[in-house]
Design a protein around this ligand. Structure first.
Ligand code: NDP
Length: 250
């Protein structure tokens, strides 16, 4: 089960899990692009199902989880859906913008995990993975709501790992660095505008901090999720795994 599975990192995760033999349910708000993910997975011989859902909405998540449960036991849930939220000094951020970012990036993880935990407890197994961010670990100018949400995700993950370990359920976070693609292009544009620097300078703020001097690829984040879903990771829980090209090392 992958939230935000219609594009970007979420689609890469869904494709990677399908390649590992999982039947994958994908969810997001936009049904058309969800169908594209299903088509891509099926074209490679995999099995996928699209279930539109808004992770901010309790009823929407509950209905989606019930539909997924009808298909059988859920092995892994990847709470990936998220938005960048505003890029602005804190005193210029509207309460509605703050709330929307927290509702999507933190409440969405809570609602998604909560919907699947009871069945996992019953079966005595499962892997929960939340996509946090390196911004959940170190500051990024103008990004207070996003950082608060993503750091909140790490707290949620560690605490839930303690709660669910006795039930045989592992809970981990993956913390991507800046991932090449349209979303980071937009973040770079906004960083440049907010800080009065050029887009090249804003890009170098990401790549210059990396020992590998580059952005991260979506399929590298997906590989970390596939690892956490696999039997190779049976002793890994409560972890926040950086996939940041070395920008963050703790
Ligand atoms: P995209 O903007 O490409 O994708 C975001 C996904 O989340 C889409 O599938 C979108 O689908 C879904 N989504 C957004 N809001 C909701 C909602 N309310 N309900 C359900 N689904 C929703 O972003 P990325 O692929 O880049 O990001 C994926 C995750 O990785 C996010 O959590 C992000 O914070 C995190 N991340 C990304 C980084 C990057 O550099 N790109 C770096 C670090 C972390 P739809 O709009 O159709 O609902």
């Amino acid at each position: 089960m992958v939230t935000g599975g219609n594009r970007g990192i979420g689609r890469a995760i869904a494709v990677a899990l399908a390649a590992d033999g999982f039947a994958v349910a994908v969810t997001a708000r936009d049904a058309d692009t969800l169908a594209d993910t299903v088509t891509a997975i099926e074209a490679d011989g995999g099995t996928a199902l699209a279930l539109p859902c808004d992770v901010r909405d309790e009823e929407s998540v509950t209905t989606m989880a019930r539909d997924v449960a009808d298909l059988g036991r859920v092995h892994t849930v990847v709470a990936n859906a998220g938005i960048a939220g505003p890029t602005a000094p804190l005193h210029e951020i509207q309460l509605a913008e703050w709330r929307n970012c927290l509702a999507t990036d933190l409440d969405g993880v809570f609602l998604t995990f909560r919907a699947f935990v009871p069945a996992m407890i019953e079966s005595g197994a499962g892997s929960l993975v939340a996509i946090s961010s390196m911004t959940g670990k170190r500051p990024l100018h103008g990004r207070t709501p996003y950082a608060a949400a993503k750091m909140g995700v790490i707290g949620l993950v560690r605490t839930l790992a303690v709660e669910l370990g006795p039930h045989g359920i592992r809970v981990n976070a993956v913390c991507p660095g800046a991932v090449a693609g349209p979303r980071i292009d937009d973040v770079i544009r906004r960083q440049a505008a907010t800080r009065g620097i050029t887009e090249d300078e804003a890009l170098r703020a990401f790549t210059g901090a990396s020992p590998l001097a580059r952005l991260v690829k979506a399929n590298e984040v997906a590989a970390a999720c596939a690892y956490l879903a696999s039997d190779a990771a049976t002793s890994i829980t409560g972890e926040d795994l950086n996939v940041s090209a070395g920008v963050v090392m703790y």
